[in-house]
Design a protein around this ligand. Structure first.
Ligand SMILES: *[C@@H]1O[C@H](CO)[C@@H](O)[C@H](O)[C@H]1NC(C)=O
Ligand SMILES: *[C@@H]1O[C@H](CO)[C@@H](O)[C@H](O)[C@H]1NC(C)=O
Ligand SMILES: *[C@@H]1O[C@H](CO)[C@@H](O)[C@H](O)[C@H]1NC(C)=O
Ligand SMILES: *[C@@H]1O[C@H](CO)[C@@H](O)[C@H](O)[C@H]1NC(C)=O
Ligand SMILES: *[C@@H]1O[C@H](CO)[C@@H](O)[C@H](O)[C@H]1NC(C)=O
Length: 620
């Protein structure tokens, strides 16, 4: 974190805009007093700074909202420090750039921790590239570039409208056009007429989100150190806005992935190590089902066993995330609810919650992260598997409604009911997209699992489909734990007639049950709930019906121990995205790719095994 300059006549520095933590706000209030904080919002001291705050508040707020990631570290000013200032200058007015330069000076050193060091260490122990590595990125990390040649698209030709400064600029200059580009056609779930956005390809697609904000870059550095290069490592970037069915329909994504893997196995003479992150893990699961299906990939039942040595699954959100639901329901999540006043102001002015919900719904891929498993996994009206002893408000209800208004009859809703509510109140096109692409239930018997083999909607739900028959494959589940993660919410009827939403988050509720501004926190990696990251690995895939060949599963939980002075949490972070830069994660991934995964010892630090035992799903 940047330390702010002291001095009387100052406005909070911009990193506070994106930092929604309590301590941050408390600190602000302590430092300036309530009245002063209000005054700062209403009557800024300097025009330029006002503009600065507004622009950054807006832009960064958007990133935070759009980014399926944790809040405060996402694009804080701190991470601007590594920026290519030339490209920044394009997008943002002069004055700001010099400010950034100023802030960044002494922080630079702390950012570039550990580059290459993990790889070098392993290299000295004799670990070398062995298995070709295929990386499947997560939802946020892939850049999308415009290939449309229509009149409105020409100016963006081959520019990234997702994941770059061009995105920011397009957003600022012409929001309506930007929205037209990034939203898919509602009915078809494919490109709208005349508009074409495609996933960027190659390592460039995912190494940095925007200049300076690394995603996969540290992993690439370390892989390279033990001998990987573009001939034996590959990023299989995909357009994460599409439903998985449409990934094949439009881009032939799975066909290409299959053929790439087959070629690599043939050329290198070694099976593949797959490394997937976040939503990428669901894509892999879907791919496995697809490739062995008679009607689809036609690879045969033993394709996976013949081609995949190991699957390293990083922060996988196998069972979705509760924030996936609120994102499409009202365009909100904790990140937007608990921003401080400046950023909320900037964000709502710039891209309101209604617009955000509209955009999220028009990206059917996002809806693949709606929570799966219903009440069996996430709890019922009075109880949830991950409730803590002494907890006064159970996690079981995903949406709680405060009873203040007698005309308001809505009940509190469990995960299953919340999902139903979302679908009931949304328009037909959205309901059709979700129901046509995904399934969120549980198959309680082997017969049900078998019956699902032919239903692609169940392929990305590990509770309704089974792993491929791959007795030789190894699955490694690496994920962070110990970072508070949103688990349930307070909602209210939306009374503002100008807002076209039925309900919105009730940020006025902060109470003794642990609710902070409408959000109740549970366990996880800051984005994905522990039940989702951990259940299948700790328990689900140890059941025969979900893992018929007894594929070996190894879990390595990584406690979140952020370095306070590193904007991205440093080498021991367990954060959903930043974990890709974590030293031990890089170390483990390299060992697996180098053929030494067997030596990794299973490590649990959370109580996931106890929670998993309480989940209402049993071996048959
Ligand atoms: C919720 O589930 C728990 C555990 O299975 C059970 O004891 C309890 O009766 C259930 N409550 C309701 C309201 O169904
Ligand atoms: C109660 O809800 C109604 C409509 O749902 C609204 O018109 C009214 O203002 C609300 N009253 C309070 C006290 O919030
Ligand atoms: C929902 O749950 C909250 C917290 O337990 C409770 O205060 C509220 O009365 C419930 N609302 C309804 C409509 O039952
Ligand atoms: C609100 O709910 C009604 C009926 O449940 C539905 O027709 C309408 O589309 C909903 N509005 C929004 C913005 O979802
Ligand atoms: C991937 O890891 C996540 C947790 O990180 C887990 O929930 C999921 O079940 C794993 N999937 C596989 C196939 O290992």
């Amino acid at each position: 974190m940047l330390r702010r300059r002291t001095g009387k006549d100052k406005v909070p520095q911009p990193d506070s805009l994106v930092s929604g933590s309590n301590s941050e706000e408390a600190r602000l209030r302590a430092e300036f007093g309530d009245a002063k904080v209000k005054q700062l919002i209403l009557k800024p001291r300097s025009k330029r700074r006002n503009g600065f705050i507004f622009v950054l508040g807006g832009l960064f707020g958007i990133f935070i909202a759009l980014f399926f990631a944790n809040q405060s570290e996402v694009i804080s000013l701190d991470s601007l420090m590594d920026l290519n200032l030339e490209s920044l200058m394009d997008a943002i007015p002069q004055g700001i750039v010099s400010d950034v330069r100023q802030f960044s000076q002494h922080e630079r050193a702390t950012v570039s921790y550990d580059s290459f060091s993990v790889g070098l260490h392993l290299q000295s122990q004799g670990v070398q590239a062995k298995h070709p590595v295929v990386m499947i990125p997560g939802v946020i990390s892939t850049g999308l570039e415009s290939w449309g040649t229509g009149e409105n698209s020409r100016q963006y030709f081959r520019r990234r409208l997702w994941g770059s400064w061009s995105m920011m600029r397009a957003l600022v200059m012409d929001k309506a056009e930007w929205k037209n580009h990034v939203m898919l056609d509602r009915e078809t779930g494919l490109d709208p007429p005349g508009i074409k956005l495609r996933a960027a390809q190659g390592f460039d697609a995912t190494d940095f989100f925007i200049t300076g904000y690394w995603i996969w870059n540290k992993i690439l550095e370390n892989l390279a150190t033990i001998g990987y290069d573009p001939t034996n490592a590959f990023t299989a970037a995909y357009d994460w806005r599409l439903s998985y069915l449409n990934l094949e329909v439009r881009d032939k994504y799975f066909t290409r992935l299959k053929s790439y893997i087959e070629t690599a196995v043939q050329v290198q003479g070694e099976k593949i190590t797959l490394a997937s992150h976040s939503m990428g893990s669901q894509v892999v699961l879907y791919f496995f089902k697809w490739v062995e299906s008679e009607e689809h990939g036609k690879g045969g039942k033993d394709w996976v066993n013949k081609h995949i040595d190991s699957w390293v699954n990083i922060s996988g959100c196998m069972l979705g995330a509760v924030k996936g639901l609120t994102a499409v329901l009202s365009g909100e999540m904790r990140d937007t609810a608990q921003l401080n006043a400046f950023a909320v102001y900037g964000l709502e002015k710039f891209l309101s919650k209604e617009e955000r919900a509209e955009i999220f719904r028009a990206m059917p891929g996002i809806s693949s992260m709606l929570p799966k498993g219903g009440e069996a996994v996430w709890g019922n009206a009075t109880w949830a598997p991950d409730d803590q002893p002494g907890q006064t408000l159970s996690f079981g209800n995903l949406l709680n409604f405060h009873e203040t208004n007698s005309s308001w009859t809505k009940r509190n809703l469990t995960t299953t009911e919340s999902l139903q509510y979302l679908l009931d109140q949304s328009e037909d096109w959205y309901r059709n997209q979700v129901l046509g692409s995904y399934s969120h239930g549980v198959a309680h018997t082997r017969r049900e699992v078998e019956a699902n083999e032919k239903d692609p909607r169940t392929w990305l739900n590990p509770l309704e489909s089974r792993l491929p028959y791959a007795p030789d494959m190894k699955i490694y589940c690496f994920y962070g734990v110990g970072k508070p993660t949103e688990r349930s919410y307070f909602y209210q009827e939306e009374t503002d007639p100008l807002v076209n939403l039925n309900v919105s988050m009730d940020t006025t509720i902060t109470n003794g049950d642990g609710v902070d501004r409408g959000v109740l926190m549970g366990e996880g990696d800051g984005t994905v709930n522990l039940l989702s990251t951990g259940y299948m690995c700790a328990k689900g895939w140890r059941m025969k019906r979900y893992n018929p060949a007894g594929t070996k599963i190894k879990v390595f939980e990584m406690p979140h121990e952020p370095d306070r002075f590193s904007p991205r949490g440093g080498p021991n972070t367990g954060d959903h995205v930043d974990i890709l830069g974590r030293a031990s994660l890089n170390d483990l991934l390299l060992r697996v790719a180098g053929g030494k995964g067997d030596l990794i010892e299973e490590t649990f630090v959370s109580n996931i095994r106890e929670y998993a035992d309480r989940v209402q799903i049993f071996d048959d």
